[in-house]
Design a protein around this ligand. Structure first.
Ligand code: HEC
Ligand code: HEC
Length: 247
């Protein structure tokens, strides 16, 4: 009897060690992915300075950036949980993270998901923005360069041990877009702006509708475990999130 207990204890102890070992391994792998440096040099594009382009950039930013970076683009606390950590969407104005950004830095962050210091950006949806045309990203950058400074600073992402383990097993989906983007791909082209299928498809792509509504837009879910279901769009309906721009 005693022998059986001894063996059971030993096996349980071994399993516990194995679990802890695996958790540490997953955490360390996640930390390495977050700390990896990406050397990406986008080809230089010309950034317009005329007021029509700046206005167009403002419209894009209102639809594509403000949801996370705030209405004035001065940043928001995107995510905060005692169990998982804090992820801020930083201040893009010259009073914050945007201050040292050059035209190339903006392009690298937006279409490649890589920060100025070459680390991959968490959550930032560059897997969608990568499809943006040179003309449209140029408009956005032209607008970002006119932002008035708002003095506000937000800390870098802080993730807990548990968050790192969950991230490593894929619980948050593709949260580091720099890993999956083909950084050498030539720039994408946008169809002429018209109320047709081609332009609609472009808007759906760069707006990330499929992240929540599924690959076929027939229903899906944002990888965030707390996100509600994105309904099937292959039927007539009105969207509270982002469809205003498309319809
Ligand atoms: C789904 C939310 C989300 C959207 C939409 C979004 N961002 Fe971000 N963005 C983030 C988060 C979160 C970070 C911080 C990531 C990090 O530090 O790892 C970030 C980081 C950035 C950075 C890097 C700043 C730095 O600290 O170096 C830039 C630049 C940026 N975003 C620009 C934009 C622009 C421009 C748009 C619109 C075209 C946009 N973002 C849309 C969430 C978002
Ligand atoms: C961050 C996730 C998210 C993104 C991105 C998103 N949606 Fe949605 N959408 C939702 C959710 C969740 C609902 C359901 C809201 C509700 O029921 O209150 C919804 C509802 C809708 C509806 C109403 C559907 C119905 O049956 O009532 C339409 C239409 C829609 N979205 C279109 C779009 C389009 C087009 C885009 C891209 C431009 C888009 N959505 C991007 C999450 C998202």
């Amino acid at each position: 009897m005693k022998k059986i207990l001894k063996w059971t204890g030993a096996i349980l102890g071994l399993l516990l060690l194995l679990t802890i070992g695996t958790a540490f391994f997953l955490r360390n792998t996640a930390q390495n992915r977050l700390a990896k440096k990406y050397e990406v040099l986008p080809k230089s594009i010309s950034i317009p300075t005329d007021s029509a382009s700046i206005e167009a950039g403002q419209e894009w930013a209102a639809v594509l950036c403000s949801g996370c970076h705030g209405e004035n683009l001065a940043g928001t606390e995107f995510f905060n949980s005692p169990d998982l950590g804090t992820i801020n969407a930083p201040n893009l104005t010259p009073g914050g993270a945007g201050k040292p950004y050059t035209d190339l830095d903006w392009d690298r962050a937006i279409r490649h998901g890589v920060a100025r210091d070459n680390r991959p950006l968490l959550i930032m949806p560059s897997k969608d923005f990568q499809y943006m045309s040179d003309e449209h990203i140029g408009q956005i950058i032209s607008y970002l360069k006119t932002l008035p400074a708002v003095e506000q600073s937000w800390g870098p992402p802080k993730t807990t041990f548990l968050c790192d383990v969950l991230f490593q097993v894929g619980a948050f989906g593709d949260a580091l877009n720099a890993e999956t983007i083909d950084h050498a791909k030539p720039a994408h082209y946008a169809p002429t702006r018209e109320a047709n299928v081609q332009y609609g498809d472009y808007l759906v792509k760069i707006s990330g509708c499929r992240t929540c509504h599924g690959a076929q837009l027939n229903g899906g879910k944002d990888p965030n475990p707390e996100a509600p279901m994105g309904p099937n769009l292959l039927q007539e309906a009105a969207c509270p999130v982002g469809a205003k721009m498309v319809l």
